[in-house]
Design a protein around this ligand. Structure first.
Ligand code: IVH
Length: 672
């Protein structure tokens, strides 16, 4: 560090970094934060500002460096100091016993113990710390050399950028990078919204994400990490559990399910126990890893070809079962979509009894030739609804007939319709009882208005008794309190709870209300985008289809659906009623500052930005109500080009997008 920097600045910078890493650790590793987001953001902002004023204080392990720099062009190759081995798989207990016997043969009379861990279904990475700082992160590759993904790994907040203590400064940590199941679902929803290819599972998504060249996109996804290996020459580690405990002490994330087992029988118990909790874990696992605990014994056992003799993977059985389709039923959703569902002969599979499976759509039934009465293979993956994999044709009865698509709605008998470019059939009757009920259920659901206590069965009762016909009637329920109390099963307390949950829901912000309306193709994220762009329902009602399409990330299908929804008089009346009830139809400006130069404008940042770091420029744009995107398209308003900007400039020229310099950018900030 240069002498010209005042000592108090250095002190301040160090203190901020320490506090930010501590907050990251508490939030991302311990899940026990002690400061709020605002305070955290302020600290990060203060640090960025100091680093901008005094660039000489920037270090590679500063929290501001978690997302920085230009997109990677090619991933450099990293040689692993110790090869990254793979594990032999075992699929049943007798294979585990064979593993135990092989060990017994080699170790003779010496005692040994095992450690059982979860086998995370993600990607192995190696993290190299030199002098207490994370210098290189690499993928497993072929086991001997992998790709340098340091920049992407740095975006994972639970991975310490600096770690170690007085004794241990140079070490290697290995572990698994993965996505939580819920984050994987979110990413796929976004892919769908963008019209991009969907990922098959959380593991592939994590692999795809680690190989992204733009670490800003990686940072926007919530990659997670668990460490399970530590190597350092600076201290002797005697057992695997010692190293796990040391990793914990060094503030690395360690999974809580690990256990010492004195015998292979105890290992089996662990495996059985884990299999029963598997589905309830927030992340995917595909088995258990069993390791000999003593490092000395690990060395004696050594490895054969590329797998250690001291460890084995016990893989859980594929979660498949065979059963009979009793009938195929068609369900009508809130938007009228008709989905076929198979009623099955109940069968026990991976922890629960299954009696229904989704058949997705009629194309799928045709493709797999699924018929009523067929014996089928079903599969249960993670926390998704079971699905029918294939038909066991040999067991099909001679009299069976192909399934025919119903012509009429199974609930209200209206003739079904099918848009040409879609696979789904729809019931076009807006007043179809199934749709009415579906819309109300959606309206009160957790991610919409979150009206607790108004569950499916209660909605059913309220509809049957004529208390509600649509979701706006919910806000008139307080006037029907006496009548509700006359119904069986409804006590004063429970009715009051429902009514106060209804009252409470009036505080929900505009984007939640917009989502709750149940417009076809409008998910939570789209509702948020539209509410931020248009700011009020009146603006959205007035907007033309082409105006809606011009919004970043909104395609023609969504725009058509929104415009269509507001053309319908009935919907406008519903909205009017909700407005009278006091729901929010305007978005509140949080801490965003007004600047018309930025509001709703889409920026692409490219090249090396001199004055502002990329994430600072991004923050300014977002604070003023604009958005940034990583690629230039027709919807881009400005390309903010720095030094050595390349291809994106050509694209801007091609599409006629305005390119602005740093000075012009600053001017936009100043003259709002
Ligand atoms: S130990 C030689 N522990 O499984 C030791 N691996 O087939 C190998 N994995 O590439 C690594 N959970 O991606 C270990 N608790 C765990 C693991 C684990 C998942 C993966 C890892 C590795 C593969 C080996």
């Amino acid at each position: 560090m240069k002498l010209s920097i005042p000592a108090d600045i250095i002190r301040k910078v160090n203190l901020l970094r320490e506090k930010i890493s501590d907050a990251d650790y508490r939030y991302y590793v311990l899940a026990d934060p002690d400061i709020d987001d605002f305070k955290y953001d302020m600290m990060l902002k203060e640090l960025s500002e100091l680093e901008r004023k005094f660039p000489a204080v920037i270090t590679t392990d500063s929290p501001t460096q978690r997302v920085s720099g230009e997109p990677t062009k090619i991933f450099k190759t990293v040689q692993h100091k110790i090869p990254m081995l793979s594990l032999t798989n075992s699929y049943n207990f007798s294979e585990l016993t064979d593993f135990d016997n092989r060990i017994k043969n080699i170790l003779g009379n010496n005692k040994y113990e095992f450690v059982c861990e979860l086998k995370f279904d993600g990607l192995a990475v190696s993290l190299i710390y030199e002098n207490g700082k994370l210098t290189t992160a690499a993928t497993r590759g072929d086991g001997y050399q992998g790709d340098d993904v340091t920049q992407n790994i740095k975006t994972i907040r639970s991975v310490p950028l600096s770690a170690g203590n007085n004794k241990i400064k140079n070490f290697e940590v290995r572990g698994e990078v993965f996505f939580n199941k819920s984050d994987f679902i979110k990413i796929n929803e976004e892919q769908e919204l963008k019209g991009e290819k969907l990922f098959a599972n959380a593991r592939n998504t994590a692999a795809g994400t680690l190989k992204l060249k733009d670490s800003a996109i990686v940072a926007s996804r919530a990659l997670k990490f668990f460490s399970y290996f530590l190597y350092t020459a600076e201290t002797s580690i005697r057992t695997h559990t010692d190293s796990i405990q040391l990793l914990e002490k060094l503030k690395f994330p360690v999974n809580k399910y690990y256990e010492k087992s004195g015998s292979i029988e105890k290992v089996r118990e662990f495996c059985d126990r884990i299999e029963t909790v598997r589905d309830s874990l927030p992340y995917d696992i595909d088995g258990v890893v069993v390791k000999v605990n003593s490092v000395e014994q690990q060395q004696i056992l050594g490895s054969v070809s590329r797998s250690p003799r001291w460890a084995i993977a016990y893989k859980f059985k594929a979660k498949e079962a065979e059963t009979k389709i009793l009938s195929i039923e068609c369900q009508v959703g809130r938007t009228g979509t008709v989905t076929p569902v198979a009623n099955l002969q109940p069968v026990f599979l991976a922890g629960s009894t299954i009696s229904r499976a989704t058949l997705h759509n009629f194309d799928e039934i045709k493709r797999k030739d699924i018929r009523e009465g067929d014996y089928v293979k079903i599969e249960k993956g993670g926390d998704v609804i079971p699905k029918v994999l294939s038909v066991i044709k040999e067991r099909r009865e001679k009299i069976s007939k192909p399934f025919t698509v119903p012509r009429k709605c199974p609930v209200c008998s209206t003739k079904l319709e099918k848009p040409e470019d879609e696979v789904y059939y729809y019931c076009p009757n807006y007043n179809c009882p199934s749709q009415i009920k579906g819309r109300i259920e959606h309206f009160v659901s957790r991610n919409a208005m979150n009206i607790e206590g108004l569950g499916e069965s209660i909605i059913d009762i309220f509809i049957k008794n004529g208390f509600i016909k649509n979701y706006s009637d919910i806000y008139g329920l307080h006037g029907k309190k006496e009548e509700i109390l006359k119904l069986e099963r409804f006590g004063l307390k429970s009715v009051e709870n429902i009514l106060s949950a209804i009252e409470e829901s009036k505080n929900k912000p505009f984007d939640k209300v917009l989502f709750a309306l149940g417009i076809r193709h409008i998910g939570e994220r789209t509702a948020k985008i539209l509410s931020e762009y248009f700011r009020s329902i009146d603006n959205l009602i007035k907007a033309t289809e082409s105006e809606i399409v011009s919004v970043y990330e909104i395609g023609p299908k969504i725009a058509g659906s929104v415009a269509g929804f507001f053309k319908n008089e009935k919907n406008l009346r519903l909205i009017d009623n909700l407005r009278k009830a006091g729901l929010k139809f305007e978005s509140e400006l949080k801490n965003k500052k007004e600047n018309k130069n930025f509001r709703n404008k889409i920026f692409v940042l490219t090249g090396t930005l001199e004055k502002y770091k990329r994430e600072e420029a991004q923050k300014i744009i977002e604070d003023y109500g604009g958005r940034t995107s990583s690629s230039v398209s027709k919807k881009t308003d400005f390309v903010r080009a720095g030094k050595e900007a390349g291809r994106k400039l050509d694209q801007a020229a091609e599409l006629g997008v305005k390119v602005i310099s740093e000075t012009e950018f600053e001017k936009m900030i100043d003259d709002a």
